[in-house]
Every structure is written in structure tokens, then in C-alpha cells.
Design a protein around this ligand. Sequence first.
Ligand code: PPS
Length: 574
Amino acid sequence: MTDLIPPHGGTLKDLRLDAPAAAAARQAAVEHASWDLSERQLCDLELLATGGFSPLEGFLGRADYERVLNEMRLTDGTLWPMPVTLDVSEDFAGQLSSGDRVALRDPEGVILAILHVGDIWRPDRAAEARAVFGTDDPAHPGVAYLLERSHPVYLGGRIEALDLPSHYDFTHLRLTPAELRERFRRSGWRRVVAFQTRNPMHRAHVELTFLAARQAEANLLIHPVVGMTKPGDVDHYSRVRCYEHVLKKYPEQTTALSLLPLAMRMGGPREALWHAIIRRNYGCTHLIVGRDHAGPGKGSDGEDLYGPYEAQALVERYSDELGIQMVPFRMMVYVQERAGYAPIDEVDEAAETVMNISGTEFRRRMREGLEIPEWFGYPEVVTELRKTFPPRARQGVTLFFTGLSGSGKSTIANAVMVKLMERGGRPVTLLDGDLVRKHLSSELGFSREHRDLNIRRIGFVAAEITRNGGVAICAPIAPYAATRGDVREMVEAANGGFIEIHVATPLEECERRDRKGLYAKARAGQIKGFTGIDDPYEAPEAPELRIDTTDCSPEEAAQQVLLKLESRGFIDLR
Ligand code: PPS
């Protein structure tokens, strides 16, 4: 096999200043405007600084940006498929002119780089989405980021890096392009095939990478992205622990693991080209491009946004100028008769039995604590993932009671709390409306704005309790549907359950009980903006449970909640 590519990938543009120059630049920075980098910008800066984005020397200026959008090239003609831009607010951009310098800071305020401002412009972000991602459908995570989260003005310009963003996790695995090249050189690795991933690795991935390395007669680099991946992905801490187990499955001295602090855009074909250039910069000679590489999933119409092998086709088209070769791969499946894996296009599906577990099915089995067959996953990896995704019976959960004042929320919530404490097994916290207003929200009143703030605070605390495996029982009025929806999102993002219980006791009954005498005062005009009287209550349309306490005792209501928890798998009553 001929070596088409010089080993270890051409000239690196390392943008870091030496120590004395960095110290001088840091001192001079007191004069500059300061910009606090977002999570995505921090990732981009790190790859710019270390040369992961060579040949870029900073954030793209306007002419480069436009040519990248239209032709995937910088103005000097170099292939570059992805805009790497610094987006800032209108107000901040208003203070700047071309020629100024800006101190770019991390969230703690540490100056990481100086930007020499060149162009300042207001991009058409929807047009950018269509050019880069082929769509402006916000179901595409890259589009959603661009349209909903990025700032409206771009700053282009050269960067001088003073420090890399600090990382305290897995520092032994965070090799820069120069360090990785050096490691390959020392080990005598002249051909290295990189495997890009944002998911935990199972047997199929190991088989695929093993075959790819054999085919390319190369050593293997597992090079997972640990910057930003697709929303909803497994967190990188859990994934890296899995990769460390998987590394032991390869023959010794053949395979390395290093982490890539890239912020993915889920840009499919363009992103695959970008990944190839980045891996070339890291000293690799080959990149595996599989099915649906860097795929964003489905659009709002339920159709796949890119074809499964579109990324391979685009990388193939530019193969002459990339400086790294693609190892294209079809999906690997388990073939029962062979008791082993094979690329799907090499299987005779009429004569052989193909087995596969989709990502969705895998997640379902994990959630329900079901068996994961050994042909699919390594037991060590499954055990690791089970720590992160315990079965429902060990997950945290939020019980969110909502309803009018006097509807019975607190009474049922207290009864449920006591029942759960009696059973044991999970820590239980009650965030009752009145309790929260005393301890968390004592300065708030009952305007819409204050009620929302109150509910969001409850949501934040409930999400943290849920994340850590506890049961959070909340019982505020929470009159607004949109705010309740936000709380649901916060809790579900914390790897736990959210059960909304509408305590639907009618207003007449609440008013008849009037246990605190507040309805009488509200009717008399002594309390203004009282929920149900002169302030709205938006009843939930599809709560997990609805209870009217008019003819139902607290014990019976609590029992309904426990049965709901059981039917959802969060507790086992038997
Ligand atoms: S909210 O809307 O969810 O922020 O309300 P919450 O924190 O649950 O507080 C409701 C309790 O505050 C008392 N209270 C009022 N409720 C509604 N409207 C007005 N204007 C109001 N003023 C005081 C009332 O005791 C509520 O308690 P519960 O337990 O619901 O009866």
C-alpha cells in the first residue's frame, strides 16, 4: 500500500504566545474591551489555539466566511467547510471598530486570548443555515443553535492565545495536535486511522474500527468528541469511562485514546469534511466515515435531513486535496450464524440472520433495567452506563402538584411524602408552595413575573434533587402552562422522571372550604390578583394524573399517586 499522505499532517498553526509575550499581552489587556466566551466559543478557541483548526489563524473574516458558505473554501482557495465565527451581541459590537483588540475570557474571567478585530458584520443567519446545513429547519441542532442561541453580530480577526481553556477532567487523555503527533512519532506509528464518535462504544464499533485499521494497515486512534455534541447525548464523563474499558479490547500497543474538545455542529457531509481536516491536523492519515456521519437526525417533517452515505460521498469528492484518506464504512451488524460481526453489505440476508439493537431500543432496555445481550455490549460498558442511567426504580423523579389554592395539593403531597418515607429507599424532599415562599422566594409577590420566578426556582431545585436520584415533591399553584412546561424540560434533562398531577378540585369547592380565609378576602377585594378570582389558572391539558378531591380522601388521592409511580416503573409496590 502506498503512502499518499506525508505522515502527521503538514504545518500546524499553533497560535499560543510564549510565556513572556503572553504575560505582556495580559497586562496590556486592561485597555481592551472584554468578551466572555460561550461554551461553543471556548471549544472553537481551544482548537484554533492548538492548531486543531489549522490553517485558520483566528475567527473568520467576512470574505472568508462568505466563500466558506458558498464554496467551502477560504479566500486563498484552501478547502474549509465550516464557518468558525465569533458571534457577539449588538451592544458589545457597537463599542468596537476594526483595529481594536478584545480580551476573550473564560467564565471565571481568565483571559485566554486577544482578538485583533478585523471585520464586524451582521450575518444573515438563516442564509448561513441554508448554505452550511442545507436547511433552516430548527429541528436540525446546528440550525437551532444558529437561529436561537447565537448572537447577531460576527467579529472576524486574528487570535493570539495566552492560555488554553482549563480542564480538570481526564487531563491525561487531552492531547493537543502537537502532542498527539509527537506520540505517534515516538511510537513509530506512520499510518493512523482515526475513529470519530459522540456515543458510547459497543462491540460493533470495536469490530468496525478493528477492520478499518486492518484494511488501512494502520494503527487506531479513538478520538471522541468531548466538547459539545448533540443535545441529549450521553455525557462525556460516562462515555470516557466506557472508552477506557473498550481500549482494553484491542491488542496491546495498537490503539490510542485521546479526547477532542470540538463543538460539533451536526452538519453531516460538511462536518465530515471538517472532521477529516481536523484529524489530519492531529497527525492522522485516515478517518473512518461511517453511516450518517455527524448526522442531525430527522427534520420537522419526520424525514432524515441527510442521506445515510451523503457524508461519505462528499469526503470522497474532495479526497485529492484533504491530506487524509477516508476509510468508508457500512453499518456493522451481528450475524447469528457466523457468531460475529460483518458490514451489512457483505451479509446475505436471505440465508443469514442479522441482529441489531437500535439506539432507541438500547435506551429503552437501559431505562427499564432489561438485559443487554453480550453480543451487543461489553458487560463493563453496560455496567458503566447503568450507573449513569439506572433503571426507573432507581432514578430520581419529580412529582409536580398544581392546582388552585385550597385544592388539596399540600395535603396530598404530605401524604405521598410520608408513604414514600415509610417505604424507604430514596431521599424525599417536599417543596410545598408555602414552604418555598418562606425559604426560597420570600421577596416575591404574586405578579406573573414573580410567580414565574418562583416556579423556575422550584424547578431548578427539583431538577437537582432528581439528578441525584431523589424524589422532589412540589406543590405550588403554578398557574401558567408555559412555565410548568419549562420545569418539565429542566427535570427531564436531569435524567429523571416528571409526573404532573393536576389537583382539579373545582373553584366552588376550594372557595367553600376556604381554609385560610383567603377567598373571602379576595372576594372582598382585600387581596388583589388572587388565582381563580381575578388572576388566571391555566389547567394542564395532559397531566400524568388528575385528581378532584371533592369526594376523595387524602389517603385515596395519595394511593392514586403511588399507583401512577408504580405504573411508570419508579416504585415497586409489590
Ligand atoms: S404560585 O402562583 O405558584 O407562585 O403560588 P404559590 O407559591 O403556590 O403560593 C400560593 C400560596 O400563596 C397564598 N397567596 C396567594 N395565592 C394565589 N394568589 C394570590 N394572589 C395569593 N396571595 C397569597 C396562598 O395561601 C397560596 O397557598 P395555597 O397552599 O395554594 O393555598
